[in-house]
Every structure is written in C-alpha cells, then in structure tokens.
Design a binder for this molecule. Structure first.
Ligand code: AHR
Length: 321
C-alpha cells in the first residue's frame, strides 16, 4: 500500500493519541440497564429472569438486576438506587398496577428513560414511560373463557367454577379475571362460586384449593387458575382429596410453562393459555434503540397461542420455557 505524506501524518498522529489514552476510553462505553424484577414466584418468572440476563449478556449491555421479592417497596427502592447510579435505562415489571407515579416522576426528572416489561402501571401520564412490552392479559382471560364455553357447550346444568387469582392488584390478576368473565357471562349456566388469590405460587395455589374443596367439594366442576404454578399446586390438593384432576374437575390455567405441559401429558391439566416470558431480546433491542434516539412503539404486544392437553405431547419438545 502506498502512503502519501498526508495519510502518513494522520496515521502517526492517531497512533500517538491511542498510546496516550487508556484502552477503556477507546472501547465504546457499555449501556447500563437497571432492571427491577417482581421476584421468583413462579416457573414463568424464573424463565423471564433468565431471558433478561442472557439477552443482556449477548447484547453487550451491562445489567444491574434486583429481585423485589414480590414487594412494591423493594422495587421502588431498587429504581431509586438505579436513578442514583445514573444508569442509562431503567426497566421493570411492576408487581402491582398502582402507586408508581412518584418514583416514575423521579426517573423522568433525572432524564432516565423507563421501559415497562410484562406488566403495566395504571397512570394517566403516559410520558412517564417510553414503552410497555408484554402480553395482552385481558385477551389471555378471554382465550381461557372461550375454551371453556366451547368445551361445555352441550352441558345442560350449572357449571360451578372456582378461581385462583394472581397477586392482588397485579395487572395479570385484574385483566385475566376481566377477560374470562367477559366471555362466560354470555351464558348464565357458568357461575364463579369462589374466587381467591393464590399469589401466583404453587404453595398458595394448593392451600387455597384445599379450602375450596373443603367448602364445596364435589360441587366444583371447573378450576380457572391465573397461572400454571397455582394450577399445579391445586392439582396436588385435588388428588389428596381423592378426586381426579382434569376429569372430575376441568382445569384451565395460563402461562404454558414446561411444568404445565408435563401435567397435561400426565392427563392432569386440560389446557394452558400461553403467556411468553421470553422478553429479554426484545427489551435489549428497545434499550439500544432508545439510546440511539430512535422512536419506538408505545405498546409492544407479545403474540401467543393456547395449548389443550391433546396437543401437549407434540408441542412439548418445541417449548423453550
Ligand atoms: O406477569 C406474568 C405473570 O406473573 C405470570 O403469569 C405468572 O406466572 C407470573 O408470576
């Protein structure tokens, strides 16, 4: 390669400057993302955390991660510490819908963009976050309701339903209830005879189902659980009560985690509505786009399906969570 005097001078000057600067200053500065997770209450949440951690690694984003142990005050504390550390972007999955305005205003004042993942907040001021990515929980409830209406279309008498709700005040608990009720109300034979929170955990799902069985026993025709973990806990309670899950009591749940597929393949769960926790790659793309000053949609909805027990065996090998 021929070098003229000008290119040679520029090359020498660049090399001299590089030798004076520390290597870290030459490398591109990493984007720092602070993520405040709900907790580790379910198989779904574990998969969600894993998706976020591995996607951050693959994208070269520095992740600061905190586990809120299902407590709003812990999540607020974590967000405040991310503000103090001046991270580039804050993302979080709000355990409950309300009570976020103050801390979101603090993030806005510090000019730190906020991304909501999985669950939303109920604020009128949409300028407090850049985007919300995750499932349509109302639609998930509708899918559960439609499946039940179709399954019971020839049933003449009453259909007594017990409902295991998710965490009180959380978006999925509120919306999944709403969507399900919207569909079943079209036929008065469907009756929710009991509805209580199982806090999205197996242990609570089992405990509450035991209480339902004690109170209503053989009267119960259907269990609608807002997530698979509670359904799996409830299956144990049903078996311990001497009943056959998915036969004596039709069981519908949400998430479609591997544990639900195993229960379906064992003939103990009738159907699971999909709710994907694999939000990590999407989140990292959004974080990079925000930092690059690109415009991103206010709402990014995850595409999802529904898996009845009849297809569980064929679908299981394809499941990623
Ligand atoms: O917000 C998503 C819900 O939270 C999942 O359905 C549930 O399993 C989790 O705990």
């Amino acid at each position: 390669m021929k070098l003229n005097r000008r290119t040679l001078t520029v090359a020498l000057a660049t090399a001299a400057l590089a030798s004076l600067l520390p290597a870290t200053a030459l490398a591109q500065k990493k984007i720092v993302l602070g993520f405040a997770q709900v907790g580790a209450e379910s198989e779904w949440r574990t998969a969600n955390t894993e998706s976020i951690k591995s996607a951050a690694k693959e994208s070269g984003i520095e992740l600061k991660f905190s586990d809120g142990q299902q407590k709003q005050e812990n999540q607020i504390k974590a967000i405040r510490s991310y503000i103090a550390q001046k991270v580039d972007v804050i993302a979080f999955s709000p355990v409950v819908e309300s009570g976020w305005e103050t801390v979101l205003r603090e993030a806005k004042a510090a000019k730190i963009p906020v991304v909501l993942t999985d669950r939303s907040v109920n604020t009128k001021d949409e300028s407090l976050y850049v985007t919300f990515m995750g499932s349509d929980f109302v639609e998930e409830g509708r899918k559960a309701g439609r499946w039940l209406v179709e399954k019971m279309k020839d049933q003449k008498g009453e259909v007594n339903i017990v409902e295991l709700q998710g965490t009180v005040g959380s978006a999925p608990a509120i919306d999944r209830k709403k969507g399900f009720e919207e569909i079943i109300k079209a036929d008065p034979k469907f009756k929710i005879i009991r509805s209580q929170t199982g806090d999205f955990t197996r242990a609570k799902g089992k405990e509450v189902m035991e209480a339902f069985l004690k109170a209503d026993g053989k009267k119960i025709n259907v269990l609608y659980a807002h997530n698979d973990d509670m359904a799996i806990g409830a299956i144990q309670a049903i078996e311990e009560a001497g009943l056959k899950p998915a036969k004596d009591i039709t069981i519908i749940s949400i998430d479609a985690v591997k544990g639900a597929f195993e229960a379906m393949m064992a003939g103990k769960l009738n159907v699971s509505v999909e709710c994907s926790p694999l939000l990590g790659p999407q989140l990292m793309t959004a974080v990079k786009d925000i930092k690059a000053g690109k415009q991103i949609p206010k709402r990014i909805v995850t595409e999802e399906g529904i898996f009845p027990m009849e297809v569980a065996k064929a679908e299981f090998p394809k499941r990623k969570y």
